[in-house]
Design a protein around this ligand. Structure first.
Ligand code: APR
Ligand code: PHB
Length: 390
């Protein structure tokens, strides 16, 4: 087999890259370890910056997002019994975000790919990357017990944090930066109306909580939990009780409880690998970086990577410009580190750290009080939340 590009992973990064390359007449084969149904069962944050919406529109997959996604002009930060609205639209000169589940983004991209008759090989096992330090890379994989080989010009590693792409880079060629946070997020999805029409991030003495949504009738809630916790410790009743205890009583009174349709625990981590290019292999999205979910930057950051890499690959395939490929890593990393900083800052501001000293707690209290008293500080938060330019 031969394809100009082999994309490893059919999450949002791989699918969006495939779509943009297809529009430019570049052939890309996607290899995915899991089944389509498994990929669509993952529930992840769904707050889309304008730049993300624009790229989805450019890729021709924005129609349902515009119909069903909810435009949000702001959100709230609750702490010490106070409710504080961050007027993102007012503070940023009219910018908003759109709440639309990442699962739906993935579904729209998969549908567009299928409609265009493009190839995705699901349940591709033992994906192995070879020869990307030279001019003729190859990717091998196993399907139904048979080993296949694909020759290509470029490999795009869009296979997430645990994928094969980053793992195939020689350890001396890559530098990684990491912070693991001493807590996780327990998330519940339920078919109940949201307690508020905007998101609420709450810092309570019992720990962080987040009220989010997927639609007017589907809610997504989270509570900070211990890294040792498992979902079997959390009955639905225990979850709803704990959530309400962490919210302002007036907000808690509006929480409609119901049976969970998904419940999972995610660890929180910040991670960046540098560089993002190794010869003819390029790392994209979660394969290259992870942010904690506070602020919902993961998908938005993957999207700016995809924009930069698609532009570089189009220049390379259309004009033969090898120099264009050199721009990807520095361009993407400049934006990545700003989003890593913002996600770290929001996480640090809003969670209770088990080992924090009384001094550190006072600093967090002061950070929150300062934020709410300063238009300059709130504008910085709003600007980052709405999304830094691509
Ligand atoms: N071979 C083939 N596919 C693989 C392999 C492998 N060895 N390892 C992982 N994959 C697949 C996974 O099954 C998954 O479908 O790669 C895909 C990676 O998708 P994501 O983890 O969703 O990563 P990405 O597309 O970069 O999306 C970034 O998703 O995780 C969120 O917060 C993150 O919002 C961000 C967005
Ligand atoms: C979500 O809706 O899942 C969500 C929203 C905002 C976040 C994180 C997750 O910051």
């Amino acid at each position: 087999m031969r394809s100009q590009v082999v994309i490893i992973g059919s999450g949002p990064s791989g699918l969006l890259l495939g779509q943009l390359l297809h529009q430019a007449g570049i052939d890309a084969l996607i290899l995915e370890r899991q089944s389509r149904a498994h990929v669509l069962s993952r529930i992840r944050a769904g707050v889309l910056e304008q730049g993300t919406q624009d790229l989805l529109d450019q890729a021709g997959v924005g129609a349902r997002m515009h119909r069903e996604g909810l435009v949000h002009d702001g959100f709230a930060i609750d702490f010490a019994r106070s409710h504080n609205r961050i007027d993102v639209k007012g503070l940023t000169g009219g910018r908003t975000v759109r709440v639309y589940g990442q699962t739906e983004v993935t579904r729209d991209l998969m549908d567009a790919r299928a409609a265009a008759g493009l190839r995705t090989i699901y349940e591709a096992k033992d994906v192995t990357l070879q020869g990307f330090d030279g001019a003729a890379p190859r990717v091998t994989f196993r399907q139904d017990g048979v080993t296949h080989e694909v020759a290509c010009s470029v490999i795009a590693g869009c296979d997430g944090f645990h994928g094969a792409s980053r793992a195939s880079v020689p350890s001396g060629a890559i530098t990684t930066f990491e912070r693991v946070y001493p807590f996780g997020w327990l998330g519940v999805l339920a078919d109940v109306p949201p307690c508020s029409h905007e998101l609420i991030y709450a810092n309570s003495e019992r720990g962080f909580a987040l009220c989010s949504m997927r639609s007017a009738s589907r809610s997504r809630y989270y509570v900070q939990c211990s890294t040792e916790d498992t979902v079997d410790h959390w009955s639905d009743d225990r979850f709803w009780d704990e959530l309400r205890l962490r919210l302002d009583p007036k907000v808690a009174a509006h929480v409609t409880t119901g049976a969970s349709i998904e419940k999972s625990i995610a660890p929180l981590r910040s991670f960046v690998a540098e560089p993002l290019r190794f010869g003819r292999l390029f790392l994209v999205g979660d394969a290259a970086h992870i942010v904690p979910p506070t602020g919902a930057k993961g998908l938005n950051l993957a999207t700016s990577d995809v924009r930069y890499l698609s532009e570089a690959l189009i220049a390379y395939f259309n004009e033969g410009s090898l120099a264009a490929l050199d721009t990807y890593s520095p361009r993407a990393l400049a934006r990545i580190w700003k989003a890593v900083r913002f996600s770290w800052w929001m996480t640090t501001l809003l969670h209770r750290f088990p080992q924090s000293t009384p001094f550190e707690q006072k600093i967090q209290d002061a950070d929150l009080a300062y934020l709410m008293s300063s238009t300059a500080a709130m504008t910085s938060l709003a600007e980052n939340y709405a999304g830094l330019p691509h």
